[in-house]
Design a protein around this ligand. Structure first.
Ligand code: NAD
Length: 437
């Protein structure tokens, strides 16, 4: 993969920043990644990548050895060493659901103080309409003039956690929101080696593309959860319903996995942010609201299923939980519905034992007083029921004979439809999924 090489800085070295930085270094660019989190930078400089993503650690350490990627807490150094700045800081939700832009604001201030020549500031963070004006004001206060000292562009990120490295090198599309041809051309050149379709548009439209894409993914999940719940009630099998729908190209089968709902660091906060943004501009987005509402109901639906399986009471029952991360192949538990369900189970008086292949350390930050284990079988010993909350492949391989002998009651609630119901039933388990029995 060859293309024109650039000096690039990445501001904010989280999931997006690390994947982007590592990928751009692999393409031959000179990359310097900066973050305010000293521990993160120290561990990256010691060769330890603080997030679990398939292939990321290898990619970063390879490019460190080739002196194509550096890590620093010195934002000014990063800015000064680069021609193009990718802003990858977090944009979490505020209490009221609006987007918290404090990381964008402080990073912009730091960039403004350090600009030493014209640079492109390309924003990968998911930002609501109005953010560019906010950034421009901050940069103006630092004496920087748009067009002379810098230009802003929006390059939204579509990578999937758990597939970040793969997605960097195999993007479905690159969206470049720039209002100057020169800026658009340079950014397109950077991503040219990836051979992806490039959508050239305005910054505002690029922002909308990101929000609309996430809202659509959320809608698919809420839709199929609704169908799965109906399947439960009428005695149909949602897996077969999906099989029967997916051959219609207008529908397709991707991203149709019934379960506990959508969580994670992006979908919920971006959907709420989108709704709030629409309202701010005078439009009440009722359809988007219903997607969110459905998602909240799904957690209750799953809890009620468990309650029913346990004979109507969760209090003082011992529940084993498999899966804590918001999806498999990541250690990310931010906004994980597994964590929310555990909290609710505890509020209802249940005793929880839990296991996750990669998320235990992260989960400890969110769950106090929970027995977390490093092994499926320790977790399931003497439990009244087992609930599966993340679709890790590893759970498909459970030794059912051993499991059956360990559990107090053979009750399995598969909240993510990852297990083979027939196999479980053949070992005498009472199995329920979401829309499958
Ligand atoms: N995680 C995803 O899968 C994903 C996918 C697409 C888009 N996004 C969007 O990308 C953005 C980043 O997401 P993320 O998951 O990588 O976030 P993250 O929280 O993992 O990383 C953000 C990083 O920015 C750093 N930071 C905060 N303030 C800073 C500052 N002033 N200067 C330098 N660094 C600073 C933080 O220490 C942190 O390491 C968000 O807007 C998110 O919505 C995320």
């Amino acid at each position: 993969m060859t293309g024109k090489r650039y000096k690039i800085s990445i501001i904010g070295t989280g999931f997006v920043g690390l994947a982007t930085g590592a990928g751009l270094a692999e393409l031959g660019n000179e990359v310097i990644c900066a973050d305010v989190d000293r521990d993160k930078i120290d561990s990256l400089n010691n060769g330890y990548v603080p997030i679990y993503e398939d292939g990321l650690s290898e990619l970063i350490n390879k490019n460190r050895r080739l002196s194509r990627i550096y890590f620093t807490i010195d934002i000014a150094l990063a800015v000064k060493s680069s021609d193009i700045i990718f802003l990858c800081v977090g944009t979490p939700s505020e209490e009221n659901g609006e987007v918290d832009l404090s990381q964008v604001e402080s990073a912009t201030e730091d960039i403004g103080k350090s600009l030493d020549r014209y640079k492109i500031i390309a924003i990968k963070s998911t930002i609501p309409i109005g953010t560019l004006e906010l950034m421009e004001d901050i940069l103006k206060r630092e004496g920087r003039i748009r067009g002379e000292d810098y230009d802003l562009a929006v390059v939204p990120e579509f990578l999937r956690e758990g597939r970040a490295v793969y997605d960097f090198f195999n993007p479905t599309r690159i969206v470049i929101g720039a209002d100057k041809e020169k800026v658009d051309k340079i950014l397109a050149e950077i991503f040219l080696p990836l051979n992806a379709p490039i959508v050239h548009t305005s910054p505002v439209t690029a922002q909308l593309i990101k929000y609309a894409s996430n809202a659509f993914l959320a809608a698919r999940i809420s839709f199929i959860n609704e169908i799965a719940n109906i399947c439960d009630h009428v005695g149909a099998n949602v897996k077969e319903v999906i099989e029967g729908m997916k051959y219609d190209k207008r529908i397709g089968g991707d991203y149709f996995s019934p379960g506990i709902g959508f969580g994670g660091p992006c979908l919920i906060k971006d959907l709420i942010g989108f709704i709030k943004m629409a309202e701010k501009y005078g439009y009440k987005a009722n359809y988007l609201r219903s997607i969110l509402e459905k998602n909240k109901q799904q957690t209750e639906y799953v809890l009620n299923k468990l309650r029913r399986l346990l004979g109507d009471s969760i209090k003082d029952r011992d529940i084993g939980v498999l899966g804590l991360t918001f999806k498999p192949n990541t250690n990310d538990v931010r906004n994980s519905l597994a964590i929310e369900i555990i909290r609710k189970l505890r509020e209802n008086g249940a005793n929880i034992k839990a296991y996750d292949p990669k998320g235990i350390e992260e989960a400890k930050k969110y769950l106090d007083g929970i027995n977390l284990y490093n092994d499926i079988y320790e977790t399931t010993e003497n439990v009244d029921a087992l609930i599966i909350l993340t679709a890790w492949e590893e759970f498909k391989e459970i030794d059912l004979e051993r499991l059956r002998s360990l559990m107090k009651n053979p009750i399995i609630l598969d909240g993510v439809n990852v297990l083979d119901s027939k196999r479980f039933k053949s070992y005498g388990f009472i199995y329920e999924g979401i829309g499958v029995r």
